[in-house]
Design a protein around this ligand. Structure first.
Ligand SMILES: *[C@@H]1O[C@H](CO)[C@@H](O)[C@H](O)[C@H]1NC(C)=O
Ligand SMILES: *[C@@H]1O[C@H](CO)[C@@H](O)[C@H](O)[C@H]1NC(C)=O
Ligand SMILES: *[C@@H]1O[C@H](CO)[C@@H](O)[C@H](O)[C@H]1NC(C)=O
Ligand SMILES: *[C@@H]1O[C@H](CO)[C@@H](O)[C@H](O)[C@H]1NC(C)=O
Ligand SMILES: *[C@@H]1O[C@H](CO)[C@@H](O)[C@H](O)[C@H]1NC(C)=O
Ligand SMILES: *[C@@H]1O[C@H](CO)[C@@H](O)[C@H](O)[C@H]1NC(C)=O
Ligand SMILES: *[C@@H]1O[C@H](CO)[C@@H](O)[C@H](O)[C@H]1NC(C)=O
Ligand SMILES: *[C@@H]1O[C@H](CO)[C@@H](O)[C@H](O)[C@H]1NC(C)=O
Ligand SMILES: *[C@@H]1O[C@H](CO)[C@@H](O)[C@H](O)[C@H]1NC(C)=O
Ligand SMILES: *[C@@H]1O[C@H](CO)[C@@H](O)[C@H](O)[C@H]1NC(C)=O
Ligand SMILES: *[C@@H]1O[C@H](CO)[C@@H](O)[C@H](O)[C@H]1NC(C)=O
Length: 394
């Protein structure tokens, strides 16, 4: 204990030099050093990013981090960085010798071929980022063996998945991103394996060509899900009502996804929901009068533009007091703008352009002190001109 404090005092007094010396006390083991050197041999490093990869202590090489007492390699962190040439070449199986590895980031590089199947033997991995790394073809199902994995990002348009069952083996998973991966063959069956991940908090499946939903789940296991991003899907189907029953949801984006049918009213009762984007689904409908009469307790961002919303805006709209961004443009909303809109004191942006609204702008709009932009039909009004607005009809 005393020695430890002593070191800290030296560190504080003399800055980086001696602290660097303390770090040098940790030494990587020879076998892991050899594994890294072999890995380097396989790589095409035209920018010389790995020029520090020589000498005996691999713990000091760039992109490598070691355990502070055992010296075991814990992280290989080699994402493409802007302004540099990406790494290319092959990932040699020597990587699998780093048995303590917890963090592997190869994102944004220019590798070729498939995702190496031997990654599945890195059983201590907690973070794996292979997004936009150039690997293509089927994602190897044996990645499902990585039961300690908490973060997995395999986003890339060159990758495909024909069967997602393996994901249910990732029992520690908190964050999954597979943006742009071809998932269209899964139909509605992408849900079940994900529903077995009790800790899953963020799910990003944008532009994956998802083409359906399961409408009945035996039980809803998504108890931790906060962020759900499925935009750019090809559902051609209605939203399942169970989706609006996941009370942990904070942010949902299923824009541009060919949704049909009605927006489940349950979204308006989700106690934690702050952002809901269901824009640009064209045929998605809702009665505004019913939808905006829900509690919407924490809603800040609501984008339901370019859909088939109809009916009148209810006075209860004025209860959505957390609203900051409200976009309903290009729908079939009728009637007037309720004067209760003046109660939405956090509102910064409101777009009602291209609807069937009638009447005049309520005076209460003048109470919206945070308003930056108001768009109604063809004209874009900026707040400095707000006082002039009151004479304009909608
Ligand atoms: C190495 O990368 C450079 C540029 O990134 C490329 O021109 C070259 O063909 C690559 N060499 C091999 C052997 O892949
Ligand atoms: C070593 O790392 C652990 C956690 O990774 C940390 O709690 C501990 O304080 C570190 N020890 C030293 C001497 O830096
Ligand atoms: C990698 O870095 C290069 C050079 O900065 C950049 O041109 C390229 O877009 C990056 N690739 C990715 C996938 O980020
Ligand atoms: C990516 O690798 C290929 C060879 O595999 C090479 O032709 C190309 O120039 C590389 N791209 C970049 C940005 O380095
Ligand atoms: C993976 O890497 C990319 C690019 O380096 C980054 O944008 C993305 O957030 C990373 N994913 C995770 C889960 O950290
Ligand atoms: C890894 O997963 C594959 C298939 O998903 C399985 O056949 C294999 O036994 C697993 N290997 C280990 C070491 O658990
Ligand atoms: C819910 O999760 C548990 C634990 O992962 C799993 O055993 C169960 O099968 C899941 N239920 C459904 C309906 O998938
Ligand atoms: C939604 O939750 C309510 C109350 O918890 C429950 O009665 C209802 O069956 C659930 N609906 C679905 C579709 O899961
Ligand atoms: C709307 O807000 C008023 C007061 O701000 C409250 O009395 C009323 O219960 C709320 N109505 C609903 C349906 O939440
Ligand atoms: C909305 O207005 C358009 C064009 O003015 C009209 O064709 C349409 O019937 C109106 N829809 C409703 C629901 O009133
Ligand atoms: C809104 O603008 C469009 C396009 O200029 C016009 O056709 C429509 O009649 C306008 N609607 C109303 C309600 O003024």
């Amino acid at each position: 204990m005393e020695t430890f404090q002593f070191l800290w005092i030296i560190c504080l007094l003399s800055g980086e030099l001696i602290c660097g010396g303390v770090a040098q006390l940790v030494h990587c083991n020879a076998a892991e050093r050899e594994a890294l050197l072999d890995l380097k041999m396989g790589l095409n490093d035209s920018w010389n990013r790995l020029s520090s990869w020589h000498g005996t202590n691999c713990c000091q090489w760039s992109g490598i981090a070691c355990h502070n007492t055992t010296g075991a390699v814990l992280a290989v962190d080699l994402p493409n960085s802007s302004g540099r040439q990406p790494l290319g070449g092959e990932i040699r199986p020597s990587l699998a010798k780093l048995k303590s590895l917890k963090h592997l980031d190869l994102s944004g590089n220019n590798f070729t071929g498939k995702i190496p199947h031997f990654l599945s033997s890195l059983e201590n991995l907690q973070y794996l980022n292979l997004s936009y790394a150039g690997f293509s073809g089927a994602i190897p199902p044996n990645l499902g063996n990585l039961s300690s994995l908490q973060f997995l990002d395999v986003s890339y348009w060159g990758l495909t998945v024909d069967n997602l069952e393996w994901v249910s083996g990732l029992l520690s998973l908190k964050y999954l991103a597979m943006n742009s991966v071809h998932l269209s063959k899964l139909g509605g069956e992408w849900i079940e394996p994900l529903n077995k991940l009790p800790l899953l908090s963020e799910l990003h499946l944008e532009y994956c060509g998802l083409s359906g939903f399961s409408y009945s789940l035996p039980s809803l296991n998504f108890t931790s899900l906060k962020v759900l991003n499925l935009q750019g899907s090809l559902f051609k189907a209605k939203l399942p009502t169970w989706l609006a029953n996941i009370s942990s949801l904070v942010s949902v984006d299923i824009g541009n996804s060919m949704l049909t049918g009605r927006i489940p009213l349950g979204f308006g009762e989700l106690p934690n929901l702050q952002s809901l984007k269901l824009n640009y689904n064209l045929k998605l409908s809702a009665s505004c009068f019913q939808l905006f009469a829900r509690s919407w307790k924490k809603i800040q961002i609501l984008d339901l533009s370019i859909n088939g919303l109809h009916g009148r805006l209810p006075t209860l709209l004025g209860n959505m007091t957390s609203l900051i961004h409200f976009d309903l443009h290009f729908n079939y909303i009728e009637g007037g703008i309720p004067s209760s809109i003046g109660k939405l004191s956090n509102l910064q942006y409101i777009d009602l352009y291209l609807n069937n609204l009638t009447g005049s702008l309520p005076d209460s709009i003048g109470q919206l002190r945070n308003l930056v932009e108001l768009r109604l039909n063809v004209t874009c009004f900026k707040v400095p001109f707000l006082l002039l607005l009151e004479t304009y009809s909608v």
